[in-house]
Ligand binder design. Structure first.
Ligand code: AHR
Length: 494
């Protein structure tokens, strides 16, 4: 049987939240200092922001960027990073064992977001931070009244509130690598109480609960404790306390097929976490009309700290195999758009990133190209796309994936974009085999964007761009041959 991909533009499944193309910048390695902020460099503007990085990220059209961590946030005190720079204290930094100068802080980050036209997403310090400090940060960013921290913001030169909506209730606080690691019981209690105070202060906040893998007892317990009917939480101001639940996942394998298919674990994680949300709501008697939290996949990427360079394995050199894996992650996010409110690639510059800087310029890694194509074209509505082809039946990473997910050679997702185009991404993960495929539902002429390379190990580093986007056309007639180890985005008028 000839492999077939069937696309049905009239079967609109769910709206894609543009926030699935969000980013993440942490005070880690060269992400902030030497990445987005490089004062004194001739490539930087009057704020010290690298202009080449700004231009590249504008091209990616990132709707939201998470900040300042990550693990960094567990000992971060935001007040250290506001006001005159010469008065800001340098502090020991315990997540990545460096010194934090605090020369880049809240006002610099929020200004940077305004320059690239993206929305900020702050993560609160659930390690050494206090609720008072968290509320003060919200007041500093969003306060409109004649109050202390709103006035401090004005004194620091910013009259208008920033209206920061997204706030995470801690980061990976379950992990032994965290300062003030905690139990699910202690975390759930604290997150619920902090959420209550924060929503009283500013009911427009969108609060993100710290989930784990999406598949653990931590996820179940914290959701069960925190997703309560609004009437029992805030009688004075009935607002849901928790708007999103986070998942983190990094995948990587030395074996190409395991590497490229590992992100399918994210699909299963989304399915399980989504069911846990339903279960918590059912068990707690949350009414059907109360808003249902979405999932916030706020750290995802291909990453193996053991193979990457830099302190703590922060700087990855990505191969074509990794680019295909990033494409599979993004296919998963499109397929699962019903449940996803946000997904942040970790991270956006230098640290496990598709974009690298040197003092003299930038390099777009292999993984840049799938990200760019998805962000540009895979917006709108997820539509039905079915693939019938052979499957990969070998070992998977993680090993449990093999028993719960089919891993077809061709991984697909499709959207109907607002400009009336059908956009279909097909990733052929096979290392040796091209597939001749019948594409049902296609109407020529078709624009074709291909990402591939000589073999799955090629990279774009050291001044040699081996992976990029090649643009061609197809008349939509007959079969299409999807070459080995490639990602192809096709577009045609619906
Ligand atoms: O993104 C790098 C690190 O990975 C983050 O700081 C942490 O949250 C995760 O473990």
């Amino acid at each position: 049987l000839i492999p077939t991909i069937s696309v049905n533009a009239t079967a609109q499944l769910s709206k894609i939240n543009p926030n699935i193309y969000a980013g993440f910048t942490e005070h880690m390695g060269r992400c902030i200092y030497g990445g987005i902020y490089d004062p004194g460099n001739s490539l930087s503007d009057e704020n010290g922001f690298r202009k080449d990085v700004l231009e590249a990220l504008k091209e990616l059209n990132i709707p939201t960027v998470r900040y300042p961590g990550g693990n960094f946030v567990a000992t971060y005190h935001w007040l250290d990073g506001v006001g005159p720079k010469e008065q800001r204290p340098a502090r020991p930094e315990l997540a990545w064992l460096g010194t934090e100068t605090n020369h880049f802080g809240t006002d610099e980050f929020l200004k940077w977001c305004e320059v690239i036209g993206t929305e900020p997403y702050f993560c609160l310090n659930f390690g050494t931070g206090t609720l008072d400090e968290a509320m003060a940060w919200v007041e500093y960013c969003n306060g409109t009244g004649n109050t202390y921290y709103a006035n401090l913001r004005r004194k620091n030169g910013r009259e208008e509130p920033y209206n920061v909506r997204y706030w995470a209730l801690g980061n990976e606080v379950y992990g032994p690598w965290q300062v003030e690691q905690t139990t699910k019981e202690a975390y759930a209690h604290k997150a619920f109480q902090w959420a209550k105070a924060l929503k009283l202060l500013d009911p427009n906040l969108i609060l993100i609960l710290c989930g784990e893998s999406g598949t653990s007892s931590w996820d179940y317990y914290t959701l069960k404790q925190c997703l309560k009917p609004t009437k029992v939480t805030l009688t004075s101001n009935p607002t849901p306390l928790i708007d999103m639940h986070s998942i983190h996942m990094y995948t990587a394998s030395k074996d190409h097929l395991q590497n490229a298919t590992a992100p399918l674990a994210a699909e299963r994680a989304i399915e399980i976490a989504s069911s846990l949300i339903d279960l918590a709501r059912i068990e707690n008697g949350v009414g059907p009309d109360e808003p249902r939290p979405t999932l916030c996949f706020d750290e995802w990427n291909v990453w193996d700290p053991m193979r990457a360079e830099g302190r703590f394995g922060a700087e990855e050199t990505y191969t074509l195999s990794d680019a295909l894996a990033v494409g599979v992650f993004l296919n998963v996010f499109v397929r699962k758009s019903r449940d996803l409110g946000m997904a942040c690639i970790a991270q956006s510059v230098n640290v496990i990133s598709p974009l690298m800087t040197s003092p003299t310029g930038i390099t777009k890694q292999t993984t840049w190209w799938p990200l760019l194509l998805f962000s540009k074209y895979m917006r709108g509505w997820t539509i039905a796309a079915h693939v019938a082809c052979g499957s990969y039946n070998g070992d998977t990473s993680p090993t449990w994936l093999r028993s719960v997910k089919d891993t077809p050679w061709l991984d697909v997702s499709a959207v109907l974009s607002d400009d009336g185009f059908v956009n279909l991404v097909t990733i052929n993960v096979h290392e040796q085999k091209d597939f001749e495929v019948k594409v049902e539902g296609v109407k020529g002429p078709v624009e074709v964007f291909t990402v591939t390379g000589a073999n799955v190990t090629v990279t774009n580093m050291k001044g040699k761009e081996e992976v990029f986007v090649k643009e061609t056309t197809w008349d939509g007639q007959g079969h299409y041959v999807f070459p080995k180890h490639s990602l192809i985005l096709m577009r045609w008028k619906a």
